[in-house]
Design a protein around this ligand. Structure first.
Ligand code: AMP
Length: 380
């Protein structure tokens, strides 16, 4: 049994955006200190941390010093080099560790790993020439999504391709990068499931969450009874458990899934960190994803994953911001069922995640209507 890292200790987080910020808030609530490390300054996480370390992720001297200053390290995004993580791991436990990150950072490694665990994914193939692109596209029924294998998120570095497209010119823009083609999944809906696991192997997960995307970015998430048949809930639970146990992942990990018209689940991707779709757990569940991350990396007892009330979350992107000033927050602050979360980002840009709203209601449908109306009211 690994021993607890008790409140009063200092937790380190790599990455300084909104996920780190919400993690730091929960860590402080439990009496921990928080140090954040990223190349940036005056960050959303830094604003609520005890210390903000600003240095490049390949500045090994700074990483060594950071590692010495904390009792355990976790992360809020997966694109940190394994060299940097290995360096920190020599001094301080990193949860999740470099092996998990290595898989999650590359779509080809990720999908191959899922297959080797016996888990279902969309059909996929590595593409290294125009000829393979053409032949694999045919094999996948003439329609697919071409993606860079690394560094993609929120739909970046990917595009839909069909056999009728000018594939030579499509391929030109990918030829320099490691590339994966996935068969197009004609899903009926997208869902995610967030698992929690500590270093002693204790595991739990939230029930799956329904996700609606707009322009490849998560737009609205829903949680509550009646969204899924019990066999789908069980299948999703089994998937996230298998992923976490097979990778020996510690902390929280989200599996994004497609549900097909036959009800089957296929893995889209994994994220070994808190996830945008589970932000609603802050208001809707007994113990939210960030508090669970704190508990899991510190070997504290895991918190309850029980739902308090049906809920819907809507992202607030920079597009909602007027040319000068802020949206009229009084509109949403006046509604008791709506909770407003802002990430303290200085500059609003189109597509930038600035905050979110969560609505709580008697049913998921009502929560969704509340949250969509509340967001719309910010534009009036
Ligand atoms: P990703 O960055 O891989 O999460 O993809 C962003 C979004 O693109 C997903 O949430 C889906 O809506 C869509 N997408 C990605 N891969 C596929 C696929 N193989 N088939 C159909 N839609 C996809």
């Amino acid at each position: 049994m690994l021993k607890q890292i008790a409140p009063g200790a200092t937790l380190g987080i790599l990455g300084s955006g909104q996920l780190g910020r919400m993690f730091a808030i929960e860590a402080r609530r439990l009496g921990y200190g928080v140090h954040v490390f990223s190349p940036d300054q005056n960050t959303p996480t830094g604003a609520v941390a005890d210390r903000e370390w600003s240095a490049a992720y390949d500045d090994f001297d700074a990483l060594d010093e950071f590692a010495r200053s904390v009792d355990v390290v976790t992360l809020e995004f997966e694109n940190i080099s394994t060299e940097a993580l290995n360096r920190i791991e020599k001094k301080t436990p990193v949860r999740p560790g470099s092996k998990v990150l290595e898989v999650a950072q590359n779509r080809l490694r990720e999908k191959s790993a899922m297959q080797s665990f016996g888990l279902p994914t969309a059909p996929f193939a590595a593409i290294d020439s125009l000829e393979t692109l053409k032949s694999k596209l045919n094999e996948f029924g003439g329609k697919g999504i071409l993606k860079t294998a690394s560094w993609g998120y929120d739909g970046k570095g990917q595009q839909m391709v069909t056999s009728d497209d000018d594939l030579a010119s499509v391929w030109e823009s990918y030829a320099d990068a490691e590339t994966i083609l996935e068969g197009f999944v004609d899903f009926t809906r997208e869902l995610s499931i967030l698992g929690i696991r500590d270093a002693n192997g204790n595991f739990d997960c939230f029930d799956p969450i329904v996700n609606v995307h707009a322009n490849h970015i998560l737009d609205v998430s829903l949680a509550g009874p009646g969204l899924f048949e019990s066999k789908t809930i069980q299948a999703a639970r089994d998937i996230v458990r298998t992923v976490m146990e097979s990778l020996d992942a510690v902390g929280v990990l989200c599996v994004e899934l497609f549900q097909t018209s036959t009800g089957d689940l296929l893995i889209n991707e994994i994220a070994p960190r808190p996830h945008n779709s589970a932000h609603l757990t802050i208001d809707a569940h007994y113990c939210c994803q960030f508090a669970q991350q704190v508990r899991a990396i510190c070997n504290l007892p895991l918190g309850s994953t029980k739902l308090r009330q049906p809920a819907a979350m809507a992202n607030l992107l920079g597009d909602l911001w007027p040319a000068t000033g802020e949206p009229n927050w009084s509109k949403v602050l006046a509604v008791p069922e709506i909770k407003l979360h802002l990430y303290g980002k200085k500059e609003a840009k189109p597509g930038r995640k600035m905050g979110h709203l969560t609505a709580l209601a008697e049913s998921v449908d009502t929560a969704e209507t509340f949250v969509r109306n509340a967001r719309q009211s910010l534009l009036l």
